[in-house]
Design a protein around this ligand. Structure first.
Ligand SMILES: [Zn+2]
Length: 446
């Protein structure tokens, strides 16, 4: 298990900021760009030798990383991605930084849109540094560790030489209730699983107030949280300092939550058969992003990861395909019947003519047989921060309509939307979204 991922993420951000932040409006390269830093907004983006797809990729950059911008041309941004080495990334995956600011209020609400009524995506911690990328009315659009959203501008102050401090912990129990207040009698508002990482923002007697990666915030019994001290975090800073080129600031990104899955000894899914259906395959590629990412590949990768996680909880998992094969819809449904599936989950990635369409949708067909399963995804996906949750909806899909077993079809983001596509292509997204799905399945069988 990697520890300190989050802290590594915010390691001495301000020291680097001091190095990077332009002191004047005009840069040393004579460029007229005043917007001098850009944040990468997708999990994995190619950096090419020139401004266009025909140019060979030289490296990858990742979500949340911040780079010095040296030129902007024809929809491409030239960045310095290593000491004095430059390359080009597609502009839709970059957003220009206006300023770096520090959060002045604990549990500052991060919202989906500017406005006090907009959906809350999560909470920011006092002292946390964020990148401001937009402004509207009294609101600022910010990039935090791994979330983007809007906060009330009055709770931000320009970053100066302040150190960022926070402690983090790892859940050390197979299942840990999150409560609304520091008491066993308080309402249960969510659950964490072994290995989940949390930020500890407050401690009261035997309780920690935590913020989970999903954005879930509440109180947990302190006994079940393995705390990493800030001292350990400082060591981590040193380690990262040596290995990261000085032009890169890692705010956090996929690497901070990749492969942290540790199965618990309990087997809450023992005796359950789950059929996982990777949408499309073979001659049927499904949807495709502008970048050439195919739906059939993403669904298969997602299904394989989900399979491992569900098996670690004792489930018997059957895949309708485990390679790039064309499998007719009828055969997929037959698998559910043959194996007497307790749940059939079909995974897809969406596409729409409207390139703005974004987020995750859960479809069911039968109000009686399927709705309960669909509903179990509601809470985990509502707390999901990487993409918005569009909700649970009726869907007349063959694999649901013809299915005798409880079945749902998940659309896990829009490949037609460049921002969604950049998000879903990353390992980090797959890790996070499969974890949310495991939570949903556990809820369903609870
Ligand atoms: Zn599909």
């Amino acid at each position: 298990m990697r520890r300190g991922g989050w802290l590594a993420a915010s390691f001495c951000l301000l020291c680097l900021l001091a190095l990077l932040w332009p002191s004047g409006a005009k840069g040393e390269n004579g460029t007229k760009e005043t917007k001098r830093l850009a944040v990468v907004m997708a999990d994995r983006v190619n950096v090419r030798q020139g401004p266009g797809v025909p140019y060979r990729p030289m490296a990858n950059v990742r979500r949340g990383e911040v780079y010095r911008v040296v030129d902007v041309k024809d929809g491409w941004v030239k960045i310095e991605w290593e000491n004095n080495r430059t390359g080009w990334m597609a502009e839709p995956y970059a957003v220009f930084v206006q300023s770096a600011e520090v959060v002045q209020e604990n549990r500052l609400r991060l919202r989906q849109e500017p406005g006090a009524k907009a959906r809350i995506l999560g909470h920011l911690t006092q002292g946390e540094t964020v990148w401001v990328i937009g402004e509207e009315g009294g609101w600022k659009k910010v990039v935090a560790e791994d979330a983007v959203g809007w906060v009330a501008a009055s709770y931000l102050a320009p970053a100066e030489n302040r150190s960022v401090s926070r402690s983090e912990g790892v859940v050390d129990a197979d299942s840990l209730n999150v409560r609304a207040a520091p008491s066993l009698d308080a309402e249960r508002i969510g659950r964490l699983l072994r290995g989940d990482r949390v930020k500890i923002v407050e401690t009261k007697q035997d309780w920690h107030k935590i913020i989970a990666r999903s954005g879930l915030a509440g109180w947990v019994a302190a006994d079940y949280i393995g705390v990493e001290s800030e001292k350990a975090a400082k060591n981590q800073e040193g380690a990262v300092d040596a290995s990261v080129p000085p032009s890169v600031i890692r705010l956090g990104g996929p690497q901070s939550y990749v492969s942290r899955w540790t199965p618990g000894p309990v087997q809450p899914l023992a005796g359950k058969t789950i059929v996982l259906d990777a949408g499309h395959g073979g001659k049927d590629s499904g949807a495709q992003s502008v970048d050439g990412i195919k739906e059939k590949e993403l669904t298969l990768e997602t299904v394989k990861l989900l399979k491992n996680k569900l098996q670690s909880y004792g489930a018997r998992v059957v895949l309708t395909r485990d390679g790039d094969d064309y499998v007719p819809l009828s055969a997929r449904v037959t698998a559910a019947r043959l194996y007497q599936a307790d749940a059939f989950i079909s995974l897809h990635y969406d596409s729409a003519a409207d390139r703005q369409a974004s987020g995750i949708t859960v479809y069911y067909y039968d109000r009686l047989a399927d709705y309960g399963l669909a509903q179990s995804f509601e809470q985990p996906f509502s707390q999901f921060v990487l993409l918005p949750f569009r909700g649970v909806a009726f869907g007349d899909y063959y694999v649901l309509r013809e299915n005798e077993r409880p079945s749902v079809l998940l659309e896990l983001g829009y490949l037609s939307n460049p921002s969604d596509a950049g998000t879903v292509a990353g390992d980090g997204y797959r890790e996070a979204v499969t974890t949310a799905m495991v939570h949903a399945v556990l809820r369903y069988f609870e």
